[in-house]
Design a protein around this ligand. Structure first.
Ligand code: AMP
Ligand code: MG
Length: 416
């Protein structure tokens, strides 16, 4: 038996980040930047007002109070998106809106709230405004280049693009940029008992659910699923599906079933003959059988057939490979400390128990999902939002103890 961590390490050795490709900004979310982004301009590009108020010379407000206000002559009105030829000289002010460029001569902005404009809604300045406070130079002015300086490296290569990075790229006028391309992942189900989801269920048949849960997980982690459908347990059929995947230029083959001890040896035989393949017994539950290797130069991960085992193994081994191919530098599934609400029993292998984690006043609590939870009971995954991890060799955990849990549904960007 091979430990989970060792299996992951061996798998990850076969994957490197893929090549860059250009994308439009609207396709950029969640992608990994494959270039260094410099700014060719200052942002903001000009000094501008941070408030709705009056652009003034700060010195004019020396000694100003509510009782003895500074009285300034209003010489112009300036909205955002406009410029003015008017000048702020001693004793004058320009009425200005947030984002409008600071007029020549002004060195500060006083908010409406500190002027006579604030007295009533219908107030009209009638050519004069009174300022009730001293205003220091630079007040309420956003200087040119405050956010970004021209020539600066704004985003480094390897950055995962979130909404804020896309906003920054937009403000730089970068509608296209280079990101690491998404991996194409072939999804192949094997087994004589499988039928497509739109087909009739004959006796002894079940629907091919793994294809859909695996496709969804591939998409969730940024890959592109290439669905190859079902291969019966026959050498020729399996071979032709593999040819189909290779022709589609996939970066990874993902098969399900046919790799455990009790199976017809067809899957094993074909995979073994087409490339180098290891058939592991991983020290975990569920998900003990796992195949890993390559077929004609393309890496292949053979997941177990049981739907829960397939999903749990996917999270442990396939997710990291997909993230690594996309240039991500962190691929561990985020885990948190949880207090177990009842006694937990486990075997010798690392146990991933389907659990419900909820937040209470003293922290996160976990309880194993109720009802059947065999590795074929997919609804146990429906009831779960986490995998509670009982470490190798630990067979009993009393209520109140702390364990780690992998959150199935938390955003992957959360680092805990
Ligand atoms: P195996 O790994 O071939 O021993 O399969 C283990 C169990 O998973 C069997 O009960 C299979 O019927 C079931 N199984 C295999 N492939 C799929 C699939 N694509 N969708 C749903 N169940 C499957
Ligand atoms: Mg089978």
């Amino acid at each position: 038996m091979i430990p989970v961590d060792e299996a992951l390490e061996l798998i990850l050795k076969s994957f490197e980040p893929l090549e860059p490709e250009p994308v439009h900004i609207l396709e950029g979310l969640g992608r990994v930047l494959a270039e260094e982004v410099h700014s060719d301009l200052d942002i903001p590009p000009f000094d501008n007002s941070a408030m709705d108020g009056y652009a003034i010379q700060a010195a004019d407000t020396n000694g100003a109070t509510k009782e003895k206000p500074a009285r300034l002559r209003v010489v112009a009105d300036l909205a955002a998106g406009h410029t003015t030829d008017a000048l702020v000289e001693r004793g004058t002010a320009i009425r200005i809106m947030t984002g409008a460029p600071l007029p020549r001569g002004a060195d500060a902005v006083v908010r409406f709230e500190e002027t006579s404009e604030y007295l009533t809604d219908e107030w009209e300045h009638g050519g004069e405004v009174q300022v009730y406070n001293e205003v220091p130079p630079g007040k309420n002015v956003r200087p040119r280049g405050e956010d970004i300086h021209r020539g600066e490296v704004v985003l480094s290569q390897g950055t995962v693009l979130r909404a804020q990075e896309l906003g920054v790229l937009a403000s730089l006028g970068r509608s296209r940029f280079l990101v690491i391309r998404r991996p194409r992942v072939a999804i192949l189900a094997t087994g004589d008992e499988l039928v497509g989801i739109d087909e009739e269920l004959e006796p002894s048949k079940i629907r091919n659910s793994n294809e859909y849960s695996n496709s969804a997980l591939v998409q969730k982690y940024g890959g592109i699923p290439v669905r190859l459908g079902i291969a019966k347990d026959q050498v020729e059929e399996l071979r032709s599906k593999i040819d189909e995947g290779l022709a589609a230029g996939v970066d990874l083959f993902l098969t399900s079933a046919g790799v455990s001890v009790g199976d017809y040896d067809v899957v094993k035989d074909v995979l073994g003959a087409e490339g180098t393949m290891h058939f592991w017994q991983v020290k975990m539950k569920p998900g003990k059988p796992l195949a890993f290797g390559e077929v004609r130069g393309v890496p292949l991960i053979g997941l177990p057939g049981n739907p829960v085992s397939a999903m749990v193994s996917f999270e442990q081994f396939v997710r990291p490979a997909i993230l690594k191919m996309q240039g991500r530098s962190r691929w561990e599934k985020p885990t948190i400390d949880v207090i177990v609400d009842h006694d937990v029993e486990a075997g010798q292998r690392r146990d991933f128990k389907r659990a419900v984690v909820e937040r209470r006043e003293d922290g996160y609590h976990a309880s194993v999902v109720r009802g059947a939870h065999g590795s074929g009971v997919l609804t146990s995954m429906v009831r779960a939002n986490a995998l509670l991890i009982v470490p190798e060799g630990v067979t009993e955990v009393p209520a109140g103890e702390t364990l780690r849990a992998q959150m199935l549904d938390w955003p992957e960007e959360v680092e805990v």
